[in-house]
Design a protein around this ligand. Structure first.
Ligand code: NDP
Length: 484
């Protein structure tokens, strides 16, 4: 076999098969290999004529068909299968060759793999990919992390296949080792909060205002022509307009209300806890999915307590109802801004911790197309980081500051009405609490410090004098001593 292919794909299931086709559609010469030959055969039988492919039956043949520096993109099941493919490739490749893991790896695994592979003189790139199977075929958003040198080789290949937003390719070099998979993880965390906020808005209109799924679908369709314009709002309208073929009911009414998850949201929250960065919107969204799936507990709660979410909003006069729908839109936008600000804070904290130089404006730019959270307002986020206005937090950039101030009254009305009527809005309310917490002149944390000092001698600082203090709580006079 001659070394003709400029790129190869290992793993030809839904994602890898689509990515290989996308590469071939854009003029790349693509070597393809899959553990079981049947999948390669099928891909070639169905799509082999779409471009220049080099199917290989063995890993040896696959590596031999790649031109130097050899570039292989792995798209197999995350975990042990990925390690196995990486090691097989590394055993056959030469220094300077590039192994890309485009699966959904957890970033600490990517850091570990990069260390091991670079010690062998090869480049290892952990590349986040968003957009699902359709994105992989027609243009995903890609977040590669690894050496700058490998990016030079990868850039033209990846730029040829990604989505374009306003003409710009949705891929950029993110940073060293695990940076790409980290940014993809936070992308998924933000996706959780976006979806939960949309779901809470739906719930308020459905159970609160008694609107039908189709009416609510119309509202989302209209919102998709506002600052909320995004892929998730667009597909929400479609889902809500769908009728079940079997029963004739709205499809959303026959879908079991247990939300699934694959773990990237949980990773985002676990990592945020390690970094001590509050990502309350994402965390509440993950917990809300968890609660939804606790079927037995929910059934018992319904038996033990009366059903929550019995609203009185249906009886509102029409004008007031319309005003409330508008309040929900404002609250959704404000909470969304908070959730994104928190996600970007997590990236900033991780960049500091792991020594990554991440361009947040570029991250926002590559999320504008191809990925699940693509949205019009990412242009504004990218501008805010580009100009330096969001250096401390997105919430302080003038556009977002104005948006939050404009939404303030609506946001409070939505949260308070939801609480009154027993409709849970964990992301709306936690985002508002975060925003209020940040802006509080004095927080009750002072009392917590007092309690900590009381039971554990954890000390505290004073507002009027530098140093560390402890009160002798058990002593009769409760004297204060200065410890340092
Ligand atoms: P799957 O995650 O279902 O994995 C199937 C592929 O993995 C097949 O090619 C299979 O080979 C291979 N495989 C499984 N076990 C092994 C093993 N022990 N050794 C070698 N190969 C093995 O495929 P997807 O296409 O859905 O996803 C691929 C990767 O992309 C995953 O890491 C996934 O998390 C990630 N991803 C998926 C997205 C999605 O929307 N689906 C989005 C973004 C990333 P065989 O045919 O021989 O069984």
């Amino acid at each position: 076999m001659t070394a003709e292919a400029n790129v190869g794909v290992v793993g030809l299931a839904a994602m890898g098969g689509s990515l290989a086709r996308n590469l071939a559609h854009h003029g790349n010469k693509v070597a393809v290999f899959n553990r079981s030959w049947g999948r390669t055969e099928k891909l070639m039988a169905e799509h082999g004529s779409e471009g220049e492919f080099y199917p290989a039956k063995t890993m040896e043949e696959f590596v031999a068909s790649l031109s130097k520096p050899r570039t292989a993109i792995i798209m197999v099941k995350a975990g042990e299968p990925t390690d196995s493919m990486i090691n097989q490739l590394a055993d056959l490749m030469e220094p300077g060759d590039i192994i890309v893991d485009a699966g959904n790896a957890h970033f600490p695994d990517t850091i570990r793999r990069e260390k091991a592979i670079s010690a062998r003189g090869l480049h290892f790139v952990g590349c986040g990919v968003s957009g699902g199977e359709e994105g992989a075929l027609k243009g995903p958003s890609m977040m590669p992390g690894g050496t700058k040198e490998s990016w030079e080789t990868l850039k033209p290949i990846l730029e040829s296949i990604v989505a374009k937003a306003e003409g710009e390719p949705c891929v950029t070099y993110i940073g060293a080792n695990g940076a790409g998979h980290f940014v993809k993880m936070v992308h998924n965390g933000i996706e959780y909060s976006d979806m939960q906020l949309i779901a809470e808005s739906y719930d308020l209109m459905r159970r609160g205002l008694g609107m039908s799924p189709s009416e609510i679908g119309d509202v989302f369709e209209a919102w998709n022509h506002t600052e909320l314009e995004s892929y998730l709002v667009e597909i929400t309208a479609e889902v809500l307009h769908e009728t079940d073929k079997k029963t004739g009911k709205p499809l959303v009414d026959v879908i079991v209300d247990h939300a699934g998850m694959k773990g990237t949201g949980t990773w985002t929250v676990q990592t945020a806890l390690d970094l001590a960065v509050p990502v309350t919107g994402i965390a509440e969204a993950v917990f809300a999915r968890g609660l939804s799936s606790q079927g037995e507990l929910r059934e018992e709660a319904l038996k033990q307590h009366f059903e929550a979410g019995r609203s009185g909003l249906e009886s509102m006069p029409l004008e007031e109802r319309q005003a409330f729908v508008n309040d929900i839109r404002e609250a959704l936008y404000a909470s969304k801004i908070v959730a994104y600000a928190q996600g970007f804070n997590e990236i900033t904290a991780a960049a500091k911790e792991y020594g990554w130089d991440i361009d947040l404006a570029a991250v926002a730019r590559i999320w504008r197309g191809g990925c699940i959270i693509r949205a019009k307002f990412l242009n504004l986020i990218s501008d805010a980081f580009e100009s330096g206005e969001a250096n401390v937090s997105l919430l302080f950039a003038p556009y977002f500051k104005d948006a939050l101030e404009t939404a303030d009254r609506s946001w409070r009305r939505v949260v308070s009405r939801a609480v009154n009527f027993g409709i849970p809005v964990p992301v709306f309310s936690s985002s508002l609490a975060y925003f209020d917490g940040l802006r509080s002149d004095r927080l009750p944390a002072a009392l917590i410090q007092g309690q900590r000092d009381f039971f554990g001698a954890h000390t505290y600082q004073r507002t009027d004098e530098p140093g560390v203090f402890h009160t002798l709580w058990a002593e009769p006079g409760r004297e204060e001593i200065k410890e340092s």
